[in-house]
Ligand binder design. Structure first.
Ligand SMILES: Cc1cc2nc3c(=O)[nH]c(=O)nc-3n(C[C@H](O)[C@H](O)[C@H](O)COP(=O)(O)OP(=O)(O)OC[C@H]3O[C@@H](n4cnc5c(N)ncnc54)[C@H](O)[C@@H]3O)c2cc1C
Length: 317
């Protein structure tokens, strides 16, 4: 197999790459958990070349058998201490939005709060429920992020992604493609380029007041006190109560393995207390899953995604 370095040098000369590129880049710098070993190559194309360059990179990487991981804000992933082999394509340079009628098209790399701020300035409401959630719109669509009883899919009109031939295409929203923390992209391995969302006219002050309430609520719930990726486990209505309450009832709050702990103030948030390794987080998730299975016979599903190069003997949660 061609080396990643040779591969990217060839592509970049052919495609006129502009942006940032680093070898052996520690991914702890790019995740909200602040853990994760190096990527063989981390690359963040600038907006000017992003869609064409991304398509070219993915097509050639597939042909050469080089894996590519698409990184948004790194707010829902645990990258292994061994890092990620191949290429990490960071969408952070692909930012910006455009307003069309009552809808907005947001590029996948754009940060949630940055987009919401611009929308408020244009008196476009409807997305306030996302305020304060870390990450990008690409990651939020991939995850079908959900906050305050609303999912992103509730406001999606369509999404632009690369098709199987690496051509951009718009995919209209279909209710059956989405569910609780489920989107079609989780099974399709496609680069999301943009999302078109429904908005509505609303006075700027009302939008900003509502967003401020969500920010304050997240602060009050301790979301930003320590590095984390938000909720560690999915909720499941068949459990009868939120997962956090289940973990509380089993006395798992505060439980610590290495530098990873269940937040002492919230049963469903795992935090990096300062020097956590990815393996600590994984061991804690596994331990909790086993405890809950043994005590209640229910299987918790992690919401956080474990990505990268895990040792073969590491059990998966
Ligand atoms: C303090 C805190 C609070 C949080 N609160 C919430 C909450 O209330 N609700 C909630 O749902 N989540 C919450 N989260 C989790 C996180 O913010 C969301 O899941 C967010 O949508 C992740 O976006 P991201 O860009 O960081 O995705 P990443 O973590 O970078 O990636 C997540 C997945 O999406 C894929 N992906 C990202 N961008 C693209 C793209 N352009 N094309 C294809 N695939 C892509 C990645 O490959 C990966 O598989 C919270 C996290 C933190 C740290």
């Amino acid at each position: 197999m061609i080396s990643v370095r040779k591969f990217i040098e060839k592509i970049n000369i052919e495609r006129g790459f502009t942006g940032e590129l680093r070898y052996d880049e520690p991914l702890a710098l790019h995740t909200t958990f602040k853990v994760g070993g190096p990527a063989d190559l981390w690359i963040r194309p600038q907006a000017g070349c992003f869609p064409e360059y991304g398509a070219c990179l993915l097509r050639h990487a597939q042909a050469e058998g080089i894996p590519v991981f698409v990184l948004g804000g790194g707010a829902n992933i645990v990258v292994s201490d061994q890092g990620i082999r191949g290429i990490v394509l960071d969408t952070g340079g692909w930012s910006g939005l455009s307003l069309t009628g009552e809808e907005v098209i947001i590029r996948s790399g754009m940060g949630i709060d940055a987009a919401l701020d611009t929308l408020a300035a244009h008196e476009r409401g409807g997305l306030e429920f996302l305020a304060g959630m870390p990450g990008s719109f690409g990651g939020a669509l991939w995850m079908n992020a959900r906050c305050y009883e609303k999912s992103l899919s509730d406001v999606v009109a369509s999404a632009e992604c690369l098709d199987a031939d690496f051509q951009p295409c718009w995919v209209p929203y279909r209710a059956e493609d989405y569910g609780y923390k489920r989107s079609p992209f989780q099974t399709q391995d496609r680069l999301i380029l943009s999302v078109r969302l429904r908005t509505m006219h609303r006075p700027e002050t009302a939008i900003r007041q509502e967003m401020e309430q969500y920010h304050l609520d997240r602060e009050r719930k301790g979301h930003y006190r320590f590095p984390s990726a938000g909720s560690a486990f999915k909720n499941n209505r068949h459990f009868g109560k939120p997962t956090g309450k289940i973990l509380d009832a089993l006395g798992l709050r505060g439980l610590q393995i290495g530098g990873a702990a269940v937040a002492p103030w919230h049963g469903n948030i795992i935090i990096n207390t300062g020097n956590a390794r990815a393996k600590d987080i994984r061991a804690l998730v596994l331990h909790i899953t086993e405890q809950v299975q043994a005590a209640l016979g229910i299987h918790l599903e992690p919401e956080i995604r474990f990505v990268g190069d895990w040792p073969p003997q590491a059990p998966s949660p």
